[in-house]
Structures are given as C-alpha cells and as structure tokens.
Design a protein around this ligand. Structure first.
Ligand code: PLP
Length: 443
C-alpha cells in the first residue's frame, strides 16, 4: 500500500477559510485535530464504511459520526425514510404519529423505560434528565465520574473528558463556581470513593450520572462490583441512577449497556436513561426516559420545565425509526460484534508482531485500543490510567493510519465504531495499513 496518496490541499484551503469565520475552523472542538496535530480532513461525502475528503481521498471510517452511523453511510432504507418524511414536511411544532412510534420502539427495546421524551442532542437530553432528577427528588447534588462526558451543560463541565481534555482545562471558562458547586466528581470504577461520597452526603444526592461503558475516555467498562455497589447505594439513599447511554444505547447491544448489566446482575436496571447518537441514525435526535412516576414530573404534567422547537422532528424521527428497525434484524448484533472483535484482535496481532505493547476491548459495534507502556499493562480502568497510556505512539499511529486511508478518532480518549457496512475487505485493509503504520517511529 502506497503512503503517497496525493496531498490534502483542498482540506488545507478549506480549513484556512473555515478559521476565518468559525472559531478554530470547526463546530465541535475534537474535529480540529488539536490532540493529534495536523489539519483536519474536510469530508465531502460518505457511502457504506467509507468517507471521501475534499481532495477525493477515501478513508475507512471508524468514527461513524461518533456513533450514530451503525448501518454505515447512505443505507437505502434510511435514505428512503428520510426522503419520504422530508417531502411530507420538515417541521410542524405539533405532535406527530411518528414520535409516538419512535417512543414505542425505544420502550419495547429498553424495559427500564416506561416513558420517554424526545429532544435534539445528547447534551440537551442529559441536562434535562438531571433537571428532572433534581425536580423529582427535591435534592440538588449530583455525582459524575472523571472522564465520563454527558454533554456540555454548565453543571457538568467539571474535569469532563473528550474535547475539554485536549485543551487541558479542568473546567470551562464561563461557568461560575456556584453553578458546579453541587457537582461531585469521582473516579470511575472506584468503589471506595463512591461509598465515601454517599456516606458524607447521601441524603442530598439527587442523582448519579454514569456512562455504563465509558466511550469518552477511549473504551472503559464499568466493573460489575462498581456497578452493583452504585445501584445499591443509589437505592439505599434515594438517589436516581442515570445511565447515559447516548453512546452505548443500541450500539453495544440492542438493549444498550443496561441489558448487559442486567444479564450479569439479575434484576439490575437504572432509574433513568439518556439516549442519542444511534436513535437519530445521523440526524439530530436524542431522548431521556424513566419510570412513569418520574417522567410525570415533566411539564405539562408536572413542575419540571423542558421544551424544544425541533423536538421530535418529523425527518429526524423517520431517520431514527428506520435505523432502529434495521438493527433489529435477526443476527445483526452478533455479526456486528463479531466484526468488531475481529478488528481489535487484528490490531492487537499487528502490534504484537511489531513488538508494540497494545491492549484493546470491544462490545457490540464499539471498541477501543490503547498503546500501553509495557506488555504487562492491563486495560485502563479509569481516566488517569487512560491518560497514562502512550499518547505519542497513539498520535503517530493515528497519522500513519490516516495517510493509509484509515480514519480512527483523532484523540486517544475517544472510542471507535464499526458499522454493519464494514466487512472483511475493510478489516483486511485496516490490518495491512496497521502493520505498516506500526513500523513508523513513535513521536
Ligand atoms: C455524545 C455524547 C453526549 C452528548 O451528545 P451530543 O449530541 O453531542 O450533545 C452525551 N453523553 C455521551 C455519553 C455521549 O457520548
């Protein structure tokens, strides 16, 4: 495979132009490649497992728009549903049957959720879920975990992972200290800290929000003992356990991460759930849900206010419904999980053969890999351990793979995604590129 695939003059020119009119040239920080350096590729189009940039270069896409594109790009059934919906009207600001259908579809797949409200972004869904939890419990405090990302609502910008970590700010400017004074940030998978926090402030904690499998510090599973203790403590103290499944929902399994924890811990369920990404199939759509008793605190029934001009948008719901129907085909998740496991296994084999210490993990169509410091290192369990992995080697690998037409996330603290459109041809091309890329010197 040649590394000389032509220049990226068109992307460079677009990036220069973009920086004149858009801060940093991007509409979401991680896209700017700050963590890895270099110029971001401007994407012109996508089909199946591939992206093409403005210079006409093709990439195998392991980002999938950061999760939504579980079917790959341009799936015919999704395109048809979107086109038909668009012709019927782009937005009404009034209820539609399709919103009811999508709500019913989600409830069918996620038994812990009895009612759901549709919104337009994961940020909005997580922010609304927290407001609802505070309203329902009459308490103020919330617990989140370092390295978990729940969108950019003010109260959550406390040592958040993802985009913030790039710029090295523990919190965002523009968030007054009073706004985060009720937010407690704990280490992921740390049972002792959790017990201490509840022992000290249990009666004031409205909710704990957690990524059940963290995808904003690469890929880190919550351990079973941690999750079990978290569930026990929330129940004992009357705090609501919020699963932020914006990334994991309909991605790691049809029933989300909660279905996997319920298999391992009989009777396990979160109190509230937040969804996004896959449920919109690539259009702006997210949701939060809970028991009827909790959800009935929302306006217009209850005192917790929440609203949205484009909430339940007719085109976005058509896109989400078509996507959710496709992923329910028999064998869909088995095939996706098999391919994703094969991807990680192939990358690990390439690293081993190159004498490079690497570890990796996956569930369903979500994966992560880490360049560890030694062959003895295990999978990271929390943000600090993720950040202790070899960033220089990751960055060199990222660029070497990008040059060879393989597009991984441009930061070591992001998860990766495989779609149903990725097959043996893409995996084999990825392994060949990885074997070359791992020869490249780190740093
Ligand atoms: C992406 C993400 C969000 C934020 O969703 P947006 O649609 O980007 O606002 C929230 N929580 C998790 C776990 C996410 O991965």
């Amino acid at each position: 495979m040649s590394t000389d695939r032509g220049g990226h003059g068109a992307s460079d020119a677009l990036f220069a132009r973009a920086q004149q009119v858009i801060p940093g040239g991007v509409n979401s920080p991680v896209r700017a490649f700050r963590a890895v350096g270099g110029t971001p590729r401007f994407i012109a189009r996508a089909q199946g497992p591939y992206l093409w940039d403005a210079d006409g270069r093709r990439y195998i896409d392991y980002i999938g728009s950061w999760g939504p594109m579980i079917l790959g790009h341009g799936h015919p059934a999704v395109l048809e549903a979107v086109e038909r919906a668009a012709r019927g009207g782009l937005s009404f600001g009034a209820p539609t049957e399709r919103e009811v259908e999508l709500a019913e579809e989600i409830l069918k797949l996620v038994p812990s959720v009895e009612q759901i409200r549709l919104v337009s972004s994961g940020t909005e869904a997580a922010m609304s879920a927290i407001r609802l939890a505070r309203g329902a419990t009459g308490r103020a405090k919330l617990i989140k975990f370092e390295g978990c990302y729940h969108g950019h609502a003010d109260a959550l910008l406390v040592k958040a992972g993802s985009g913030l970590a790039t710029h090295g700010h523990p919190t965002s400017a523009g968030v007054p200290p009073e706004v985060v004074q009720h937010t407690i940030v704990l280490e992921y998978n740390n049972v002792t800290q959790l017990e201490e926090a509840f022992a000290l402030q249990g009666g004031e904690i409205a909710c704990v929000i957690v990524e059940p499998i963290a995808g904003n510090m690469n890929f880190v599973r919550a351990t079973l003992p941690f999750m079990q203790r978290l569930r026990e403590l929330c129940s004992a103290h009357g705090a609501l356990l919020i699963f932020d499944e914006v990334m994991t929902g309909f991605r790691v399994a049809l029933g989300g991460a909660q279905s996997l924890f319920a298999q391992a811990l009989p009777g396990f369920a979160p109190d509230m759930s937040v969804f996004g990404k896959v449920i919109g199939g690539g259009m702006p759509l997210a949701a939060f849900g809970a028991s009827r008793a909790v959800m009935e605190n929302l306006a217009p029934l209850g005192p917790v206010y929440q609203a949205g001009t484009l909430s339940g948008n007719p085109v976005a719901t058509a896109c989400g419904l078509a996507t959710l129907r496709e992923i329910q085909r028999p064998g869909f998740f088995d095939a996706l999980a098999g391919n994703t496991r094969a991807l990680v296994a192939g990358l690990l084999a390439a690293a081993r053969d190159a004498g490079v210490p690497m570890c990796g993990d996956s569930l369903g169509g979500m994966f992560g890999f880490f360049f560890t410091r030694s062959f003895e290192d295990m999978l990271p369990q929390n943000y600090g351990e993720v950040m202790a992995t070899d960033k220089e080697r990751f960055n060199a690998f990222f660029h070497a793979m990008l040059e060879r037409g393989v597009y991984f996330a441009p930061a070591l603290y992001e998860a990766g995604f495989v779609s149903a459109a990725h097959g043996p041809a893409e995996l084999d091309a990825t392994f060949a590129a990885a074997r070359e890329a791992l020869q490249a010197p780190a740093g």
